[in-house]
Design a protein around this ligand. Sequence first.
Ligand SMILES: [Zn+2]
Length: 253
Amino acid sequence: MFDSHAHLNHQHFQADRAEVLLRAREAGLTGLVNVGWDVGSSRLAVALAQPEEGIYAAVGIHPHHAADASANDYAALVGLARRQEVVAIGETGLDFFRNLSPRDAQVEAFCRHIELAAEAGLPLIVHDREAHEEIFAILARHAPPGLRIVLHCYSAGPDLLDEAMARGYWIGLSCNVTYPKATGLREVARRVPAERLLLETDCPYLPPQSKRGRRNEPAFLRDALMTISAVRDCPVALVERQTETSARDFFGL
Ligand SMILES: [Zn+2]
């Protein structure tokens, strides 16, 4: 299993990170990307990276923090992006559900991350909450051809899947695919081509149905894998291998 979007750099893992990783290994984890949401968490993601062990980092400023981002912060990201442990830029994007930063600040930050990814030659991790139309429009306008893009924790539904595929985006599916009400996500899981499908926990958030109310962790990714295998009517081992391959392809590993 490859967890393409985790936050072991979150304080919820400060006390037991080593045990969490051990459990993940026992559950079959072979690779993981810790994703930053501000400069501090991006630095910690880089510090936690162990490329020889399959642990990598992504650096970026979450749309929640877009309004606070300074020129120094972006300069820090540019520096971090040169590190060989860093395999993606993000997470970035738009969050029009919580609107913790004003929308124009989010849009500006998103565009700067697109530029940064293009300049660094790294793929882009996109957070989209209730902003599907704007996200698709901005990417169409600003993302250069060939930029690898994942719509992480995909929530744009089956309707936008064909457009995302036509544009060559990757789709990140999280453990919320196991929730009883997530019929749209399971349809996406059934239809997305294997080479475009990434698995992710987004831990500590979004635990699978069997662990609702608890802290999510990479070992629980197997729940998502089981559900996705079932809806694709495909052996678990095959989906596991396919999604590892697509993750390595996406991150250029
Ligand atoms: Zn995240």
